[in-house]
Design a protein around this ligand. Structure first.
Ligand code: NAD
Length: 489
């Protein structure tokens, strides 16, 4: 079993209270690591270190191109240790190694992208309306950034925050999910190896209410960036009002996958399965609401059920596995309760809805891929993010109805439209109230394009140049080139 520590002010430490937490593998509940269980005291020490490192200015005054080179070095080190990182992610989160390897490639790409972008925005000179003056607009780092990440994409979500914050010259206190801290610990080692100065990146481990909450409340923190559930997001936003810190929230989604009758049947079918059952549905952008046109409904549903029967659950380390377990017993019970509520509300359970019977899977938190038809927007399973392998199916007749059903949600993270009529696809994509819309595809995202939600899916954007801008303040510098007395008195 690995024994790990936190990283504060350039030193690897145990929690000051001496407490520890055992990290378990959700595939078989075996203990895989022993980590410190920090609290407010450790968080305060990390905030103090980040504050001093920012205020003393070594990192923010490092030329942006040099900061960029260090961020690029982190990308290289991630590539070097990709296999080890991927296996650690699989042990910790249950996802398949091939998914974890894809995550690691994406993570390296995120660091590469922001490393390259670090010195590209030199500000702009603006035309001043005042004679004998010069005006320029520059971007500066925000300051001390608190970063809180979830368990479903532990290192990927951390990379979306760490890379732009570092490139922009901020200092950081990062707090990963207490369930899945291992890859963030490993990447902190790589950040140290890459030569990021002491105090610039600090890693705190522990329960959100004791560590993350203080990051949101502290007046010494200038920005809080959070990815996680909507209720936690609400607490963080409230706590952040104390000093009106900048806030970035990446919350959940209940993403519609709209399939028109003129879609390419095989591709839409294949991707509808991947959209919802990938990583056992524990994906913020999961296509959990299939909204399908009447004429195609019965044929599509029948084929979906046939294909769903073939999904292979198992260990993330076995090549044949297509889906791993849910993250925890608590989460498994939450997903089971959603199935109960779906049945009670009158949805028609077609397949799944229970734990698998396979004796090999009894020690893990597995749940069968589940499909409900006859769903409507009044149902809890249609409105709430189950974050499990549950697909709800609604049917529509007209294009207007499809748009109305797709938008009928408090969330607005992502959605897809499937049709061979490109004009219709264009029209619908503009009417969907979501941060990302895919046409004839589902799930693609990349470092170069912004990611984030409309409505209750969040505030702000990660990735793309917008993801870097979140970590900057805008300053206008005005210079009077010919100062004269005003002769007021
Ligand atoms: P969560 O809200 O339970 O926890 C997220 C993080 O917040 C954890 O690190 C946790 O320790 C911390 N936390 C808990 N209470 C806190 C508090 N009072 N103050 C500060 N921090 C606190 O979420 P989760 O269960 O880990 O992750 C699943 C959720 O994340 C889903 O809703 C999913 O949609 C969302 N998510 C969104 C995106 C996106 O890009 N929009 C990406 C991934 C996950």
């Amino acid at each position: 079993m690995k024994v790990k520590q936190m990283y504060i002010n350039g030193t690897w430490l145990d929690a000051q209270n001496g407490e520890r937490r055992t990290i378990i593998n959700p595939y078989n509940q075996e203990a895989i690591a022993d980590v410190p269980e920090g609290d407010e005291t450790d968080t305060q020490a990390a905030i103090d270190a980040a504050r001093t490192a920012f205020d003393q200015g070594e990192w923010r005054q490092t030329p942006a191109s040099d900061r960029g080179r260090i961020v690029l070095k982190i990308a290289e080190l991630i590539e070097r240790d990709k296999q080890e990182l991927a296996e650690l992610e699989t042990l910790d989160s249950g996802k398949t190694v091939s998914e974890s390897l894809d995550d690691m490639s994406d993570i390296a790409e995120v660091f590469r992208y922001y490393g390259g972008l670090a010195d590209k925005d030199g500000g702009e000179v603006i035309e001043s309306p005042i004679p004998d003056s010069r005006s320029k607009v520059v971007r500066e780092p925000v300051g001390v950034c608190g970063q809180i990440t979830p368990w479903n994409y532990p290192l990927l979500q951390a990379s979306w925050k760490l890379a732009p914050a570092l490139a922009a010259g901020n200092t950081i206190v990062i707090k990963p999910s207490e369930i899945t801290p291992l890859t963030t610990i490993k990447v902190t080692e790589l950040i140290e190896e890459a030569g990021v100065p002491q105090g610039v990146v600090n890693l705190v481990l522990g329960a959100g209410a004791k560590t993350g909450q203080l990051l949101a409340e502290s007046h010494a923190v200038d920005l809080i960036s959070f990815t996680g559930g909507i209720e936690t997001g609400r607490k963080i936003m409230t706590a952040a009002t104390g000093n009106f810190k900048k806030i970035a929230l990446e919350l959940g989604g209940k993403n519609p996958n709209v399939v028109f009758a003129d879609s390419d049947f095989e591709t839409a079918l294949d991707q509808a399965l991947n959209a919802v059952f990938f990583h056992a549905g524990q994906v913020c952008s999961a296509g959990a609401r299939l909204i399908i046109q009447d004429d195609l409904h019965d044929q599509f549903v029948e084929a979906l059920v046939e294909r769903t029967k073939r999904i292979k659950l198992g260990s993330g380390f076995e090549e044949s596995t297509q889906s791993g377990p849910l993250i925890s017993r608590e989460h498994l019970e939450k997903v089971e309760n959603y199935v109960k509520s779906g049945i009670e509300e009158g949805a028609n359970l077609l397949i799944g809805g229970k734990r698998p019977e396979d004796p090999e899977l009894q020690n893990g938190f597995f749940f069968e891929p589940t499909i409900f038809t006859d769903c409507d927007a009044s149902m809890q399973i249609v409105q709430e993010e189950t974050f499990g392998p549950i697909l709800t199916i609604e049917r529509f007749h007209s294009e207007e109805e499809a748009v109305q059903l797709a938008n009928d949600s408090i969330y607005g993270l992502a959605g897809a439209v499937w049709t061979t009529d490109i004009r219709k696809a264009e029209r619908v994509s503009h009417q969907l109230r979501m941060g990302t819309v895919w046409i004839n595809d589902f799930h693609p995202y990349f470092a170069q394009a912004p990611w984030g939600g409309y409505k209750s899916s969040g505030i702000g954007r990660e990735l793309g140049k917008q993801g870097l801008e979140e970590y900057t303040e805008v300053k206008h510098i005005f210079e009077n080139t010919h100062p004269q007395p005003l002769h007021w008195f």
